[in-house]
Design a binder for this molecule. Structure first.
Ligand SMILES: Cc1cc2nc3c(=O)[nH]c(=O)nc-3n(C[C@H](O)[C@H](O)[C@H](O)COP(=O)(O)OP(=O)(O)OC[C@H]3O[C@@H](n4cnc5c(N)ncnc54)[C@H](O)[C@@H]3O)c2cc1C
Length: 271
């Protein structure tokens, strides 16, 4: 494309996500404390949900409860782990947990594939999350796994339910001592996935900085009358899910635009 760029900015750099790992199922003795869609769901549950908005179908599958915990590897007392508890088991009589790493240090990037044929070509974006490039990210998730298993295996509450992690070693990590830190690192590398909390590729920052795409008023550097208002402006992700933060970014943009309009309007009325 022979289009002259007006401003060359690091759009697509600083791609960040919260990697997440599942350590389900944790089996329990008393099936009353878990719920499995295949074995427990009844017509009454569906009826209750559709007519009254009540019953087990109203409950979030993976997020019946969440704990925000600090691994101690980052800024002291800043939670870098979000541990979900779910009473919905993927096998009968089981519960489970997802462990999310909320302050990753690794950074990825999105690039445009120059061999793509058009804007509609599925090969157009090259998305490289670059998870675990920084080893600490892996260590933190392993800390989270160990802590979660400790809660299931060493607390009276879960031991009263007979909670146990009797899962076979992951096929691709069989050569490693089961449940050692090396084993868990291998497990995480093979099983971690996105939490869809993707942010960062139009980073907000100091005007003039070479990593900045938008300034604190969300204006694209070097381009007039253009703002970016979405998750991509976050310089780093929040310590929790991203949606509420995106709404606040939108509120902030609305307020900035109103203020700017007001100033222009007032200036004109003075002429
Ligand atoms: C499966 C999933 C589950 C999630 N669960 C949670 C959760 O439980 N809690 C939480 O806090 N966050 C959650 N998130 C994250 C949250 O949804 C996102 O952080 C947030 O929606 C990002 O907002 P956004 O405005 O940046 O982008 P989006 O919400 O993706 O909005 C982009 C908009 O642009 C539109 N668009 C795209 N291309 C064009 C175009 N060419 N022209 C015009 N319009 C276009 C799209 O249709 C879309 O409406 C989840 C995300 C996913 C994918």
């Amino acid at each position: 494309m022979k289009v002259e760029p007006i401003s060359i900015l690091p759009v697509g750099e600083n791609l960040i996500d919260h990697p997440i790992i599942d350590i389900s199922p944790i089996t329990i003795d008393n099936p009353e404390y878990s719920w499995n869609p295949d074995t427990n769901q009844t017509f009454e549950d569906v009826d209750n949900f559709l007519r009254n908005g009540t019953g087990p179908l109203t409950i979030s599958y993976h997020g019946s409860a969440a704990a925000f915990v600090s691994s101690g590897r980052d800024v002291r007392d800043w939670p870098d782990l979000q541990i979900y508890y779910s009473f919905v088991g993927n096998v009968p009589s089981s519960v489970g947990s997802l462990i999310e790493m909320n302050r990753p240090k690794s950074r990825g990037r999105i690039r445009l594939n120059t061999t793509a044929e058009s804007m509609l070509d599925n090969r157009l974006p090259i998305i490289d999350f670059n998870y675990f490039e920084v080893e600490t990210d892996l260590e933190v998730l392993v800390d989270g796994i160990e802590l979660t298993l400790k809660i299931y295996e060493n607390t009276t509450a879960f031991q009263n339910l007979g909670a146990r992690y009797n899962v076979k070693p992951h096929k691709l990590c069989e050569g490693l001592s089961f449940r050692s830190r090396e084993y868990w690192k291998c497990y995480v590398k093979h099983r971690a996935r996105s939490t869809w909390h993707v942010v960062g590729t139009c980073k907000m920052g100091m005007a003039g900085s070479e990593t900045t795409v938008v300034d604190s008023k969300l204006r694209v550097q070097g381009v007039t009358n253009l703002r970016v208002v979405d998750a991509s402006i976050m310089p780093f992700p929040p310590n929790a899910n991203t949606n509420a933060a995106v709404m606040m970014i939108a509120e902030k943009a609305a307020s900035e635009l109103l203020q700017e309009y007001q100033i222009k309007h007032d200036d004109k009325s003075e002429l």
